[in-house]
Each structure stands twice: as structure tokens, then as C-alpha cells.
Design a protein around this ligand. Sequence first.
Ligand code: ZN
Length: 494
Amino acid sequence: MHKSRFCMGIALLTLSASGCGLAAAGDGKDVMVPAEPTMIDFVDPAGIVGLSTRTLTEGDSADSRYVHINYPELPGAPALTKALRAQAERQMKEFHDRTRGDEHLTPRPELNVDWQLAAASPQAVAVRLRTGEYLGARWGNSTRTYWFDPGAGKAVDSTGLLSGKAALRTLAALVKEQFKERKPQIEQDDLRPGGDAFDSMAFNRSGDLVVEFDDCQLGPCSLGRLAVAVPAWRAAPLLSDLGRRAQEGVRAESAAHGGPPRFAPTTSPDAVSSRAGSVDCARVKCVALTFDDGPGPYTGKLLDALKRERARATFFLVGSNAMAQPALVRRMSAEGHLVGNHSWAHRDLSKQASSKIADSLTKTNSAVSAAIGQTPTLVRPPYGAVSERLRDVAREMGLALVNWDVDTKDQIGGRAGESGDIADLAVRAAHPGAIILMHDIHRETVAAVPDILKRLRGKGYSFVTVPELYGSAGMQAGRLYGSGNELPGKQPLT
Ligand code: ZN
């Protein structure tokens, strides 16, 4: 059952290339040679029906590290989900051990993991986890790619693409040979044929085997990204059965489809709530519920609850989640909520250069615009962290920055809070003009919402989107808002 459901899921990706379960090997003749052979063409996750995302996170509250780990959950691939979850938990624990006592440092120690689909065909699926770690001086990046065999229902690490230890030794020799010519500074001794050095492998669109290494793994960090593309014909004899099918699958997909999703500055109209203006916050008591980090596995249930109570909210979406689950983004917009930008991968933007900030915000707006035909005008900075550079980029892009003045503490120390506590905190701290922080990636938060709506409604509150708190005064690009009461001249209602 799992297998066939999974096949249904990926059928959209393989419309003309192959039937589900049918291996249609590309002969490579019509395949464009990529300009940089170590580039992998990632698959657009929006094509996978039933794909969801999971997030482990920590850090909006004071005195904590910044942690945000995101991974996909593919329908019919429980073994892959299990492997990804185990890896996420392992990385979170190791980061905690490494940064014990450093929670108060500025800038904060940060761990960020996002993902791409390096393959998604009926033959093989691959999830590439990209880790960024900041320990006070610079970002260190590493990658790890897990493979899933839909036929066998098994998940393996990247060495599962190879036929065995002898093949790994031969591959290590081939990689050394390439590096010897191109990067003589590489420490050849570090290229031992173990799973650690060879934990991130995938195929480019020509079927070459791309082997990626972590920053600083093979030599000075200044060498930057280190990767090698082993030509398809040289890699072929080293591959396992899964490896061969994966190589064929990627070639077939590339021959049938164009490149990866493109991100460009959007020209679509500004995002608005379709019911904006139906409440006058100068006359009635308003609060703005805000939900960060989604969409996630509980977002649909949250939308049901908000709909039942005719309450509206503002969703600050992580761009990679929005791109993976456009149907949920469409539902938010259609049901009168406002969609905002919470960066592409939830890295602390206050540590980033202007070009990286602009890239993260542009990609996210592009993903939202592709889903709803409107461009967000609000940004919630990850961890609420703001720099002058971020303000400048936001101003240039026409984006207002929105933090909060009520924290429901629905995630503390990497764990979700209790539903009852979340509801009590929200109700007790709410005031006219409040911007209330919650996260729809937690089951407990979503479970608390019906109670919050009922109790605040009982106190006479209306639930509006963030810009409605400011009425006709509107919101300005580049300005940071933390409460609906901040506007000069506007007195809080009592
Ligand atoms: Zn967040």
C-alpha cells in the first residue's frame, strides 16, 4: 500500500517521462551538459502530492541558542522519514553538547538545517540536508544526502549508491585523482573511503556522480565548496542496483523537464487579507494572532479552527515550506488570512550580508507569489533578530518588519509547551493592539487555538491581520513593528 501511495505521489513529476514504476532510461543524447558539472538539479517539491515538512526549533525566547532544523516527510516513505528524524535529533543533541554554556554569547550560536530533493523518481528519491553552523566566527556548511528505494521501502545513506567497499575504494581513488589536478592543497589523507567523507552523493542531470565534501573537511576553509563530478561511465560500474536505478531516474527526469524552480523578484500585487477593512480597530478591541515557521503538518487543522470561529490571522512562512506546500498557502489566502515572509530557511538574518538577506527574502516572496499571485509586504525576522542591514534591505524591497509583544512561549528549549499553558499565557497577556507570537508547526499550539479564540472573543476581542491594527495610517517599509500600540498619536484602547 505504501509503495503504491508513494507512486501516486510522485506521478506528477513523471508525467511524460515514465509511468509509475517504469524505468525510462535517458540515453543522454538530448540532455544539456550543465555549466558546472558538480551542480545538482533539485526537484521542485511542490510536485509531490502529500509532501509535508517537519521542524525542530529553538530560540525565539531569550537566553537560548538559535536552532532551526527542517526536513521533508514524503508520503509512503516512512523509513526515509525515520532516518531524517534520527539525523535531526542527533544534530540537535550534538549542537547542544558543543555549545553548552554559550547560550548568552552574541551573536548567538546557531544551527540551521534545510533540505532539497536531489532526486524524486519512481526509481529513487534523495533528500539532501544542508547544515549551516555558526559558532561565533563564521558559518561552516556541510551536506548529507539520504537515499530512499521506493521498491524496497528502504532508506540508506549515500554509500548505499555503491556496490560495496571495493567500489568505495575505487571511488575514493577517482576523487583523489581529480583533486590532485584541480586542488593540490587538499589533504589526500582525509579522503579515506569511509561513510563520513562520502556522506553526500547524488547525480547531476548527465548522470555523473557528484560527491560533495563539507567545508574545511579536506583542507583550509578558504577552499570553499569542494565537490567532484565522477563521469557517468566511470561511476556506472561502481553502483549498486539502487545506484543504477537512481542514475537512470535522474537522467530520465532531466530529459523530460526543464531545470529546477526559478526565483525572481516578483511583480504580483501586494498580499492583502481578502476581508481587510471589515473591522475598525479604532472602535473595537483587536488582536493579531501570528503563526510562524509553517506551513507544517498541523496547519490544515489550524485553518479549520480559525474558519469555524471566523477569525483571521497572519502567517509568517518559511519560504522552503511554502514552496513545498503551495496548496496550504493558497488556502490561507483564500480564507482571509494574510501571508507574510519569515525568510527562506530561517537563518538569523542579522548575521547575514545584504546580498544574502535579499536573496532569502526574494526567494520566499517568489515562492508565495507562485502560490497565491500576491507578494508579501511583511517580514518577521527569524528569532526576531534585526540589524541595520536587514532594515535597509527591507526598506528597499518595500517590506515592513514585524515582531511581537506577546510571546505564548509555545516553544521552549526545543520543545513545544503544554496547550493549556499556551492558551493561559495568550489570554492573560492579550491587550488591545497585541501582536501574539505562536508557531503552527507544533501540535500543542494548534490544539490551544480554539480555547484562545473562545476566551478572547468572550472578552470582546476581534481577530485581525497585522496591518489592520494600524488602520488607515498603514505600515512603512523598513520600519520595525512590535505592537499595534506603537503608532505615534494612537492611544491604546482600554
Ligand atoms: Zn521562526
